[in-house]
Design a protein around this ligand. Structure first.
Ligand SMILES: Nc1ncnc2c1ncn2[C@@H]1O[C@H](COP(=O)(O)OP(=O)(O)OP(=O)(O)O)[C@@H](O)[C@H]1O
Length: 257
């Protein structure tokens, strides 16, 4: 059921609000280790992702993709290693990094009792977004076919609807670094296409995009590079085109063993 048109509210410039993007922002990870007690989730990953490009993180279950994304998003601390996002040291400047980043976590992140529009309002306030952000939010909701449920609590959302809203929330502030963890998981073709558009838009304005996924075919369609992780380490970074088709599938398979 459609909840009617989305509300409009005046939104003026906010002093001190961050700009929409920082040209040249990039991700640099050097010898990242992350331990959870006895478990070494990441065991020495190094990788670079450049502005205006989209890099896929591929690898088997437990390879360390989500943990790496969490470190980049500033939600999990590195045990050791040097991690820079947009030139900022994640350990020392975590809040500044979180302002630069748009992060779609692999699970969670949504408040069941809140509607998509309430999630967006909260994001707008916390990030002190300037003029135009509500139009952008409405446009994103429409592109992800969430306009009709903008005022419905997310508790009744399907898995795919939740994924789509998480991508909207990651993208609404036009971050310099867009981190999408499993954005295609359980998402229908419309949602996949809308996510492709979000990635293309981000690249066009010079943002650095990282996409963690199991879906090699979608990764190579939307990304320019592919970093393959295995058992907490990066084993290869290749042009995405190398992972295309049956030859690409074979090459990917060979990197997993
Ligand atoms: N909070 C945690 N506590 C303990 N171990 C963890 C924690 N988070 C991750 N791990 C472990 O770290 C390893 C890497 O997990 P991670 O979620 O990063 O892998 P992944 O590549 O994203 O896997 P998947 O593709 O299944 O999502 C796994 O062995 C996982 O069990």
């Amino acid at each position: 059921m459609s909840a009617g048109p989305l509300p409009t509210a005046p939104s003026g410039p906010v002093p001190g609000a961050p700009g929409p993007s920082t040209t040249g922002a990039a991700v640099e990870v050097h010898d990242l280790h992350v331990r959870f007690g006895a478990v070494e989730a990441v065991g020495g990953i190094s990788l670079t992702a450049t502005a205006g490009r989209a890099t896929a993180l591929l690898g088997r279950n437990g390879a360390g993709k989500s943990t790496t994304m969490r470190v980049l998003a500033g939600v999990v601390p590195a045990t050791s290693g040097d991690v820079r996002v947009g030139g900022l040291d994640v350990r020392r400047e975590r809040l500044a990094v979180q302002r630069l980043v748009g992060y779609c976590p692999d699970v969670g992140g949504l408040v069941p009792r809140a509607t998509p529009w309430e999630h967006l309002q909260l994001a707008g306030r916390l990030r002190r977004l300037g003029p135009g952000w509500e139009d952008r939010a409405r446009d994103l909701l429409e592109r992800f076919e969430l306009g009709g449920v903008a005022h419905r609590t997310t508790s009744g959302f399907s898995h795919g609807m939740g994924r789509r809203l998480s991508v909207v929330l990651a993208a609404v502030h036009e971050p310099s670094v867009l981190l999408l963890d499993e954005p295609f998981d359980g998402v229908d073709p419309i949602g996949v296409e809308a996510t492709f558009d979000v990635v293309a838009d981000a690249r066009a304005r010079g943002a650095c995009v990282l996409v963690s996924t199991h879906l090699r075919e979608l990764a190579v369609e939307v990304c320019t590079e592919v970093a393959v992780l295995r058992a907490g380490a990066r084993v290869a970074t290749l042009p995405a085109a190398r992972m295309l088709g049956e030859d690409g599938a074979r090459e990917y398979r060979s990197l997993l063993d």
